[in-house]
Design a binder for this molecule. Structure first.
Ligand code: AMP
Length: 363
């Protein structure tokens, strides 16, 4: 079976690493000459709206999927005429726009921060009066890793904030004083069967994910599964979906969904019976889902900008390196490690080892 992937970055690369043992082959459509997934499959180097090359991908592939959500809607609609596309067009339409996303959460009875649609500076000022400060203004589309957003703490931060974000449609959210951030990675098969990985605790630095730790018997697991099921069923979703929540007052508030494999699920490669990558491929290919159970205690640490010396990382016990083969660039995710240990105490010690190494090499 051939899997077509829109995007050829590290998520595509890790999909191919998981799918190759299943006998799957891969083609990646990505305009970047150095797309790092090309080491694992065919690289169709073309723009995401290039119909000739989209048609080529559709003709070659048995099923098409995505590694990012800001794919143009026309691209999805065009491909869907010729080949099954998962997740479906409606899931991408909702997930790429924060206003549609939060409105859907509200319709499904899933708690969210207070929010408002912002089309102008006047809208913003009216919304700040209603929601209050601090608040966060975010572009409705194309934001990621803390980009396209600004925290408004004082009245003077509000002046000109709409222009600062580029005079594009935005959403204003009440600032959540959360006690933690968690994500739930779920997978739903073509027949509707759904499985969940354990909730993951996430730590961000400057808006970018830094550390994910898989939980054991998290008291909010059942609640999170209930919320995520509502979304999966509403969207008739197929594949892996990541749902990010704020933990607040012993409950959860929805932040956002990602209709794809997710950075906070990378630990599953070594830390779960069947990884998020393999389960995504099983789901879209119509295969039975694999077990989402943890094996041991796991965490993931991201490498941003550059990967520390390989001989030093591999000297750390229980440490599994994933080097994406990407060139150095400030702020870019270039690799990660999974730590998998027998117990929580050893895991804490190994996390400390990796953090010390990162400090020593100036990260
Ligand atoms: P996002 O791109 O929406 O995931 O936001 C990036 C990070 O900014 C989140 O992981 C949070 O740490 C923080 N953040 C986003 N929205 C809010 C909010 N409404 N209140 C407090 N912190 C937020």
């Amino acid at each position: 079976m051939k899997i077509g992937v829109i995007g050829g970055g590290q998520l595509g690369r890790m999909l191919a690493l998981a799918g190759t043992p299943l006998g799957q082959h891969f083609a990646f459509l990505d305009p970047a000459p150095d797309a790092c997934a090309q080491a694992l499959g065919e690289h169709i180097r073309a723009d995401y709206s290039d119909r000739d090359h989209l048609r080529q991908l559709a003709d070659e592939a048995d099923v098409v999927t995505f590694e990012f959500e800001s794919v143009p809607a026309d691209t999805v609609a065009f491909l869907s005429q010729f080949v099954p596309v998962f997740p479906n067009a409606e899931s991408l339409r909702i997930a790429r726009d924060r206003w549609f996303e939060k409105s859907m959460f509200q319709d499904l009875g899933i708690p969210t921060p207070e929010f408002a649609d912002i089309q102008s500076q006047d809208n913003l000022e009216a919304a700040v009066k209603r929601i209050g400060l601090p608040a966060v203004i975010k572009t409705r589309t194309l934001g990621y890793d803390g980009k396209g957003q600004k925290v408004l703490r004082h009245p003077e931060d509000v002046h000109g904030a709409f222009a600062e974000l580029g005079n594009v449609p935005c959403i204003l959210e009440g600032f959540v004083s959360f006690s933690g951030e968690v994500s739930l990675i779920a997978v739903r098969a073509r027949n509707g069967e759904t499985r969940f990985y354990p909730l993951v605790h996430n730590t961000h630095v400057n808006g970018v994910l830094s550390l994910s730790v898989a939980s054991t018997n998290h008291p909010l697991q059942a609640l999170a599964e209930d919320y995520v099921s509502r979304v999966l069923d509403k969207l008739d979703y197929v594949g892996v979906l990541a749902f990010e929540f704020f933990e607040v007052d012993g409950g959860l508030k929805a932040n956002e969904i990602a209709p794809r494999v997710h950075n906070s699920g990378h630990w599953t490669i070594e830390g779960a019976e069947c990884s998020q990558f393999e389960n995504h491929l099983r789901a879209i290919a119509g295969l039975p889902l694999g077990s989402t159970a943890k094996v041991g205690e796991s965490a993931m640490l991201n490498f941003i900008g550059e990967v520390p010396p390989v001989e030093q990382i591999t000297a750390i016990a229980d440490c599994h390196l994933h080097h994406y083969g990407k060139a150095f660039k400030v702020g870019r995710k270039v690799g990660h490690v999974t730590l998998r240990c027998a117990d929580a105490q050893s895991l804490a010690a190994r996390i400390n080892d990796v953090q010390q190494l990162l400090t020593a090499v100036g990260h």
